[in-house]
Ligand binder design. Structure first.
Ligand SMILES: NC(=O)c1ccc[n+]([C@@H]2O[C@H](COP(=O)([O-])OP(=O)(O)OC[C@H]3O[C@@H](n4cnc5c(N)ncnc54)[C@H](OP(=O)(O)O)[C@@H]3O)[C@@H](O)[C@H]2O)c1
Length: 276
């Protein structure tokens, strides 16, 4: 079945659509507006947003104009990773809701354990403070599920040891050739659902000869192959496209890969260009 019509049940029984539409690098204004409007028209029901993408107003306008009832949508928002104190977290949460013109988030996650660009430091105390603030927003029913993004096993251990609610979701970079199997096993064991961002490897995976070969064998596009791979590995892909043609075909992942094709993709080396 096309993953656009499937959902994953989170640990708190909230249902999350398997296929998400990402909004990073969609230029604010007509580009972001038309892309999100078209994604919703094609059947996407999960929209991944962040205040740092600087396009929430256009994304929200598309959501409203789409006519899709709010309760049929799953909207994810993200806490900027350089703000970890309670007041700042609440302020960013409120601002994103206002920008998007919505009353609540389906999922709100800490975007990263450390501020963007920083590779040093655990930020353990700061992440506990930020996550406890999300727990309070969850208890206040401002958000249906809470989680983290780019958190390693150590980052998650810190949250599990010091907070009450096991994150419902961890959103990680994941695609054929970049599969952190240890982290996936850890999250599966703790019932933390995994969202896979950049499932097409930012687009770099698409010309890969193995991906191309499987696409030809199955009469699929290379992007559909990459999305099917992530879904069949048990993660929920969040893909982005600005091209109307790309959005339309990404919404039609109608075919499964064979176990042999999955193994061929498992064996890919990571493309060093991704995330440069
Ligand atoms: N939590 C985090 O730290 C984090 C980090 C990165 C991303 N994300 C989220 O994940 C989303 C997706 O990540 P992403 O943008 O890196 O990755 P992606 O979906 O792996 O790749 C997007 C790129 O692939 C191209 N593309 C899409 N569909 C295509 C198709 N059918 N044929 C050919 N090219 C196609 C797009 O081109 P066009 O735009 O030209 O159509 C775009 O250049 C983001 O938008 C964001 O919401 C989260």
């Amino acid at each position: 079945m096309n993953p656009i019509n499937q959902t994953i049940q989170l640990a708190n029984d909230v249902r999350m659509p398997v296929l998400g539409f990402g909004t990073w690098h969609l230029k604010d204004g007509e580009i972001a507006y038309q892309a999100v409007l078209h994604a919703l028209k094609c059947g996407f029901r999960h929209i991944d947003t962040a205040i740092v993408y600087q396009n929430e107003a256009s994304v929200g306008r598309a959501i409203r104009d789409s006519g899709v009832p709010r309760d049929e949508l799953f909207i994810t928002g993200k806490q900027p990773p350089h703000i970890k104190h309670e007041k700042g977290v609440v302020r960013m949460f409120e601002r994103s809701l206002k920008n998007l013109g919505i009353e609540y988030f389906d999922l709100y996650i800490i975007n990263a354990p450390r501020p963007f660009g920083e590779t040093e430091g655990d930020y353990f105390e700061e992440n506990v403070t930020a996550y406890k603030t999300l727990e309070q927003l969850y208890r206040d029913e401002r958000v249906c599920a809470i989680g983290v993004s780019n958190f390693t096993e150590r980052d998650l251990d810190n949250i599990l040891s010091n907070c009450d609610i096991v994150p419902h979701v961890n959103q990680i970079g994941y695609f054929a050739g970049k599969t952190d199997d240890a982290l996936v096993t850890y999250c599966n064991d703790k019932n933390i659902a995994l969202q896979a961002y950049s499932p097409l490897g930012n687009g770099y995976l698409l010309p890969n000869p193995v991906v191309q070969q499987i696409a030809a064998e199955n009469d699929m596009t290379p992007a559909q192959v990459c999305l099917a791979y992530v879904v069949q590995k048990g993660l929920a892909p969040i893909t982005k496209a600005s091209s109307i043609e790309h959005i339309t075909s990404n919404a039609q992942v109608n075919q499964e890969l064979t176990s042999q094709q999955l193994s061929m993709l498992d064996a890919l080396d990571e493309d060093p260009r991704v995330f440069d």
